[in-house]
Design a protein around this ligand. Structure first.
Ligand SMILES: [Cu+2]
Length: 326
């Protein structure tokens, strides 16, 4: 464990605390086992021999009480830290000593796990890269992640825990780096033959260096348009670092909604239309059901009140369910 960001530092702390709590049980048990074997060895005649012993309330209290307390403490810690370190939760602080300054907005990075490389889109800067990530330190980063075909897991151990990426849906990670450096990032979920080389370098920089990096990428030129993305998305292995000075601003959402190909309907749109159609259909069914009930009720009332047979055609409605017999 070598955390360089506040989230990883808190996770490391959690691992150490859990380990020490576990040691509260494990260490005494091991020591007592050895001590017991030694004390009650055959040659030690001074130890009490008590073959009929079968119960001790004191021992029972310790044996049940200590683990119970431990479970309660571990449960509390897990409950609190699970909510505190929720990857979707915006950060509240830069590190242990510094709260989040009021004027700092998170830097958004859109991540796409491709076969078999990582695409990073920086909407604020308007640049895109493959297999290289750079962000300023001490500024919260909000990763929005998806995948092109299969599930992967985005993992920079020095920064935070792994987060899965899946096609047609988005996952998020809020994190921050506190130390300048170059770190390893990779996929931690097997995703096919090129998986092994699905690695990238993550450069955490100070603000001036990050601005210089963005300026350099912009100076290199190149634009990532939908057609370029479709080429890029084709399976390939050991891809070199690539950079684009500009990127189609609608690309990430199109990837997420699986509609980068020209003419392909976007999922969000499709689902919206389906939902509308379903709602209309349900309303139609409901009206029809009410209509049928109403016709039946009128028919009953009619039968009770009228001595002479009424003209049934006035009651029947043009509906499958609403036919009134005889
Ligand atoms: Cu219908």
């Amino acid at each position: 464990m070598n955390p360089s960001g506040d989230i990883a530092a808190q996770q490391a702390h959690l691992v150490i605390v859990s380990f020490l709590l576990m040691c509260l049980i494990v260490v005494p048990v091991i020591v007592l086992t050895l001590w017991f074997a030694f004390r009650y060895r055959k040659s030690n005649t001074s130890a009490k021999y008590d073959p009929d012993w079968d119960h001790s309330t004191k021992l029972e209290l310790v044996i049940w009480g200590v683990p119970l307390l431990l479970i309660i403490v571990l449960g509390l810690i897990t409950w609190i830290s699970t909510h505190l370190l929720d990857p979707y939760r915006p950060l509240q602080r830069l590190d242990e000593k510094r709260p989040l300054p009021a004027d700092v907005r998170p830097l958004e990075v859109q991540v796409v796990a491709l076969d078999w490389k990582w695409l990073f889109i920086y909407p604020e800067q308007g640049i895109a890269t493959v297999n290289e990530l750079a962000t300023p330190i001490d500024r919260p980063i909000k990763f929005r992640m998806t995948a092109s075909t299969v599930m992967n897991a985005f993992y920079i151990p020095a920064m935070a825990g792994m987060i899965y990426t899946m096609p047609a849906m988005e996952t998020q990670l809020n994190a921050v780096m506190n130390k300048v450096g170059t770190y390893d990032g990779f996929s931690s979920n097997y995703s096919g033959s090129g998986f092994t080389h699905m690695r990238f370098k993550y450069h955490a920089m100070n603000n001036a260096d990050f601005d210089a990096y963005v300026a350099k990428v912009k100076a290199e030129g190149g634009a990532l348009q939908r057609a370029d993305y479709l080429q890029l998305a084709k399976p390939s292995e050991k891809d070199p670092v690539r950079r684009w000075a500009s990127v189609d601003g609608t690309l990430y959402n199109a990837i997420l909604n699986m509609c980068v190909e020209p003419g392909k309907p976007c999922m969000a749109q499709q689902m919206h239309e389906d939902a509308n159609r379903n709602a209309k259909h349900a309303a139609h069914q409901e009206a029809r059901r009410r209509g049928a009930n109403e016709v039946a009720r009128l028919a009953r009332a009619d039968a009770e009140i009228c001595t002479a047979p009424a003209d049934k055609t006035t009651l029947s409605m043009k509906s499958n369910n609403a036919s009134v017999s005889n």
